[in-house]
Design a protein around this ligand. Structure first.
Ligand SMILES: *[C@@H]1O[C@H](CO)[C@@H](O)[C@H](O)[C@H]1NC(C)=O
Ligand SMILES: *[C@@H]1O[C@H](CO)[C@@H](O)[C@H](O)[C@H]1NC(C)=O
Ligand SMILES: *[C@@H]1O[C@H](CO)[C@@H](O)[C@H](O)[C@H]1NC(C)=O
Length: 484
């Protein structure tokens, strides 16, 4: 009769150890990030992976399966969602051989000891977006079934889950409890959700209170944030004080309506931009993201799912992407919690152990010099040069509401010249502009308007450099040895 108490003590000890180490089974959301790479200035992927590690970020969502990015994620242990672009859905839906090849090249090749911890494949990205006018929607479920079959053949179907990140415009309603999928999507959504359910996959949705605010002048500003609202939404017995919860419960209601009210939900994208439009600024982004994280980590849940927060949340985004299409608005290039060079834009506690964001280390910048308009420039002759520069480089911070709006006509020109010059890796000729530009060593940044200095991209050569160094060392040893 001495054994049970001892065993009990051991169990208790184990339990205490698990609680202390935080690995207890309480359903808690995890905070991850989206890592998009539509950039003009790209940090080395290994620098970005170090940035993730420094900030204790354990989950990352990608939009494709870039080999350089995946190679950098090897042995990091970070959970990865790779993505299949919408343009590939038609092919994948029509051919199991194409699906097999995709899985082999972009999943199987990386999985295993010392590899990449791929846990999800996103089949398409917001394929039901209204602005796509239905061009991808019929391919989604057939592509999903083919990729699933390929995963099963590779014995990965239990480990790697398929998901389809949907935009919140897939469902609609005035009040959350009446949420329903768009009528033309009901059938596809029913098939999709039934597949996800049988496969143990979550429903992935992207929610953007910023876009509601940006696109609608009647939208009450405080309803976009998490600090209470003077315009709450009353829905029967439930009251909503923030757009995020309201949107989330609209989805819960839509899922209930097709018979899957219990389906786990992951937030695939959520965030706030910091530049390029009114309302897109550092303060608003910090307040929104911190409010969101605190709200989710409080495990309060929502009126339709009390005590059940979303499974995971992927912030949009890790880094700014200055080459993104600005059709949605000039803010589109400024969603990062870090600027393009991995520097934190504001203090943010991700709830992962650090109290604030830590900057990327060992970023290699070009020399500290800028290209500006020559003081003697005749402004009238410069308009075309400026247009050309801005077509290629990023000038969205100059727009109304942007951090560089209001730096004057000459400031505009200098900003455009510099953005182009940095993009051309500070090539001397790229600052000529028919004699209208000149290089300066004095930082022309004014107030919040930052004139950037580019980073040197050595992503493709670094591994080679290491290899070269090894070869040189061995050659030396060889020479030294045979000299005797
Ligand atoms: C693997 O993914 C990459 C990046 O998304 C893509 O370019 C490539 O075509 C994919 N491989 C196959 C076999 O489809
Ligand atoms: C920042 O954006 C918020 C709303 O998103 C707005 O209320 C505020 O005035 C903006 N601040 C500045 C300095 O523009
Ligand atoms: C600078 O450029 C921005 C964006 O094109 C424009 O809104 C602003 O009026 C310009 N400023 C001057 C003084 O021309």
């Amino acid at each position: 009769m001495a054994a049970p108490p001892a065993r009990f003590t051991v169990t208790l000890l184990l339990f205490v150890m698990m609680v202390v180490s935080g690995s207890v089974w309480v359903a808690e959301s995890a905070i991850g990030v989206n890592w998009g790479t539509i950039q003009l200035h790209r940090l080395k992927p290994s620098t970005v992976v170090d940035l993730l590690k420094e900030n204790k970020i354990q989950k990352v969502k990608l939009f494709d399966a870039d080999p350089q990015v995946l190679r950098a994620l090897m042995r990091s242990g970070i959970e990865v969602m790779v993505g299949i672009p919408n343009e590939m859905l038609a092919m994948l839906s029509s051919s199991t051989a194409v699906a097999d090849l995709w899985v082999r090249q972009n999943v199987t090749a990386y999985i295993g000891k010392g590899g990449v911890n791929i846990r999800y494949v996103a089949v398409g990205n917001e394929p039901f977006l209204t602005s796509y006018s239905g061009q991808f929607q019929s391919y989604v479920v057939p592509a999903l079934l083919n990729v699933q079959q390929s995963l099963a053949k590779a014995n990965l179907a239990g480990y790697v889950k398929l998901v389809v990140p949907c935009n919140a415009d897939a469902y609609e309603s005035d009040v959350p409890s009446q949420g329903a999928f768009r009528p033309e999507l009901t059938q596809i959504m029913t098939q999709l959700v039934s597949f996800l359910n049988s496969n143990g996959s979550p429903f992935v949705v992207n929610i953007y209170p910023f876009l509601s605010l940006y696109g609608n002048s009647d939208f009450p500003q405080d309803y976009a944030f998490f600090e209470g609202s003077t315009h709450p939404v009353i829905d029967g017995p439930n009251t909503y004080y923030n757009a995020f919860d309201g949107n989330f419960d609209t989805l819960v209601a839509a899922l209930s309506k097709i018979g899957y009210g219990q389906m786990p939900i992951v937030i695939g994208e959520v965030g706030w931009p910091t530049d390029g439009a009114f309302g897109a600024n550092l303060t608003a982004a910090r307040v929104f993201n911190q409010g969101l994280i605190n709200h989710v980590l409080s495990n309060k849940g929502t009126p339709l799912r009390p005590g059940i927060p979303p499974m995971d949340i992927y912030l949009f985004s890790l880094l700014d992407e200055e080459a993104k299409d600005i059709l949605p608005g000039n803010f589109e290039r400024h969603w990062g919690i870090f600027s393009f060079d991995g520097q934190a834009k504001y203090a943010l506690d991700l709830g992962l152990g650090n109290r604030r964001l830590k900057n990327a280390k060992n970023v290699q910048y070009l020399p500290a010099r800028w290209c500006v308009a020559n003081p003697s420039t005749d402004l009238s002759s410069v308009v075309n040069h400026m247009k050309l520069a801005c077509n290629i480089a990023d000038c969205t911070t100059l727009s109304y509401g942007g951090s560089c709006n209001g730096i004057g006509a000459k400031g505009n020109i200098s900003y455009a010249f510099n953005s182009y010059y940095q993009l051309q890796m500070q090539d001397a000729q790229s600052c000529d502009f028919d004699g209208l530009g000149m290089v300066t060593f004095i930082d022309p940044s004014i107030g919040d308007c930052r004139f950037l200095v580019g980073v040197t991209d050595t992503s493709s050569s670094s591994a080679f450099g290491l290899y070269q160094r090894w070869v040189i060392i061995w050659v030396w040893i060889f020479v030294w040895f045979f000299r005797m």
